[in-house]
Design a protein around this ligand. Structure first.
Ligand SMILES: O=C(CO)COP(=O)(O)O
Length: 124
């Protein structure tokens, strides 16, 4: 399965901890990420990751394009709901494409736990 990993700055530590905790599961899949998120996950876990541009520089749009091409099956996107993002339109566009193509997107740790368990059980 192709999994996209993205986190806004204040949520990166949460996503890193989550990926490290479930490293065994993530290691069985192809991983894609926006630039800084991918770099930090790779540094922490050594998992191979296809990195796109940083989010504010077009990375969300690159992942959105992959979703539109049906090349991404699942997205973990830990959003920061309390900080304005300069590229908010790109963030909304990615989420919208997830809805268009009915891709599961976990935007917080609560849903991420549900989604990772579904992946483990091969239900996605
Ligand atoms: O801004 C982001 C998602 O909208 C994430 O981008 P980075 O992983 O490059 O920080």
């Amino acid at each position: 399965m192709n999994i996209a990993l993205i986190a806004h700055d204040k949520k990166k530590d949460d996503l890193l901890a989550f990926v490290a905790q479930h490293k065994e599961v993530f290691s069985q899949h192809e991983l894609f990420a926006t630039g800084t998120t991918g770099l930090r996950i790779n540094e922490l876990t050594d998992l191979p990751i296809h990195r796109f541009k940083s989010g504010p520089l077009g990375g969300d749009q690159e992942i959105g394009a992959r979703i539109a091409n049906q090349e991404i099956n699942v997205v973990f996107f830990f959003r920061d709901p309390l900080t304005a993002q300069p590229h908010e339109p790109d963030v909304s566009a990615l989420i919208r494409l997830g809805d268009v193509y009915q891709i599961p997107i976990a935007t917080n740790i609560g849903m991420a736990k549900v989604l990772i368990n579904a992946i483990i059980r091969n239900e996605v």
